[in-house]
Design a protein around this ligand. Structure first.
Ligand code: FES
Ligand SMILES: [Fe+2]
Length: 400
């Protein structure tokens, strides 16, 4: 597929939309969601235990490739953003050669932060100058300036370049392995999700607004709110509960990743109609990228598309920080479009913070005082959550 032919991804999206519609018509007709074979009880310690949390921190947030941002966050050489939510403060930077790299935000003289901001900072720096003694680095992490250089004679200059972390840019996503280690094979990491993401053309997405949402809960407890439509009619009665069916979803398990389509109520118009009479629609869906990223792509109001990226991180066993960003999928088209994208950010952040993360926080407080043998239960209708918990448990090597 060529990036230069915009029709091909559009056709792919339409064909994915049609395939999803066929399944949505079936679930709407049957009044029955695509489901797991059985419910899955989860002992409360899956969310509350410090040892499990430490294993997740090490093996997932430091050890796995994590989405740090999108290509459009650093379109030009010298553009940089900070990624500090996984633990270490990391600079993601585009070099003069166009390559995206990740470095510890740590001066190699005496460890000062080169950029003293926090995520979601982004900016442009032809050179990075340390605020402590003015050592200077280029956007590829090379040490290019060292006041009183003679005092460091004998220290090999190359060894004082910034400390680089594994980083890979693929299909418009920038992955970083925050704890260092193996290079990232993004294609393998994405697996069967890759063609779906290719159709979304994330490399064209332009950032509009970013911020942070928080929950007083374990990160997985907050993440669970993204994977089922069973709560739409109650928790989101005045928003998505109005526009979408409650407790109906189509689910594609794509390795450790998955995709969910939540049918909106216009699917009712297709039931019983010949497929040749269905209108052509563009694609929308919820895409989960293991372990902590959810990308919503679709129309919030008809015809106006947004890409919303939720990246959930633990700030301790019982604290969640979600780095939330809204992008214009194919660039900002007009002032009006920009305003709509900003409104999409504000409206979504309000719902997530005051509804989803509210129940995550209050429920988590309950888990902390619940009886020792208490289990939450994920229904067969909460199939996506079941797959997420299985994959996390397998990856950290701690059975559920
Ligand atoms: S710590 Fe950066 S120049 Fe000294
Ligand atoms: Fe929700």
């Amino acid at each position: 597929m060529s990036d230069r032919d915009p029709m091909i991804p559009l056709e792919m999206r339409r064909s994915m939309a049609r395939a999803a519609q066929r399944r949505m018509v079936e679930v709407v007709k049957a009044g029955q969601t695509e489901a797991a074979p059985a419910p899955l009880p989860l002992h409360k310690s899956v969310y509350t235990h410090a040892d499990r949390f430490e294993a997740e921190r090490q093996k997932l947030f430091l050890g796995e490739p994590i989405v740090a941002g999108l290509s459009g966050d650093i379109p030009n050489p010298g553009d940089m953003f900070l990624f500090d939510a996984a633990g270490p403060s990391i600079i993601v930077s585009r070099g003069k050669d166009g390559v995206a790299r990740a470095f510890l935000n740590m001066c190699t003289h005496r460890g000062a932060k080169l950029i003293e901001e926090t995520e979601p900072y982004s900016g442009h720096h032809a050179r990075l100058t340390c605020p402590f003694h003015a050592w200077t680095f280029d956007p590829a992490g090379k040490l290019v300036g060292q006041p009183s250089k003679a005092a460091f004679a004998g220290c090999e200059v190359g060894a004082r370049n910034l400390i680089e972390l594994p980083c890979a840019e693929h299909l418009g996503l920038i992955f970083v392995r925050p704890g260092g280690g193996e290079p990232i094979d993004a294609a393998t990491h994405l697996g069967e999700m890759a063609p779906v993401l290719a159709a979304l053309e994330l490399h064209r997405a332009t950032p509009v607004k970013k911020g942070i949402m928080t929950a007083d809960s374990n990160w997985k407890f907050a993440l669970d709110t993204y994977g089922e439509g069973y709560h739409f009619a109650t928790l989101h009665a005045s928003t998505i509960g109005q526009t979408h069916y409650n407790d109906l979803a189509v689910l594609d398990r794509l390795g450790r990743n998955h995709r969910i389509g939540f049918p909106d109520k216009s699917i009712a118009d297709l039931v019983g109609k010949a497929e040749s009479d269905w209108p052509v629609t563009d694609y929308g869906g919820v895409h989960y990228l293991f372990p902590n990223t959810v990308i919503f792509f679709g129309a919030v109001t008809p015809g106006v598309f947004f890409t919303q990226v939720f990246r959930l991180f633990p700030d301790g066993v019982g604290k969640t920080r979600c780095q939330f960003a809204v992008y214009a999928p194919f660039g900002v088209e007009s002032d009006e479009h920009l305003a709509m994208c900003e409104m999409a950010y504000d409206a979504t952040a309000t719902v997530v913070q005051t509804e989803d993360y509210r129940v995550a926080s209050t429920g988590y407080a309950n888990l902390m005082t619940a009886p020792d043998d208490f289990h939450v239960v994920l229904g067969a209708n909460e199939a996506a959550l079941q797959t997420v918990h299985h994959h996390i448990a397998n990856t950290i090597g701690m059975p559920l």
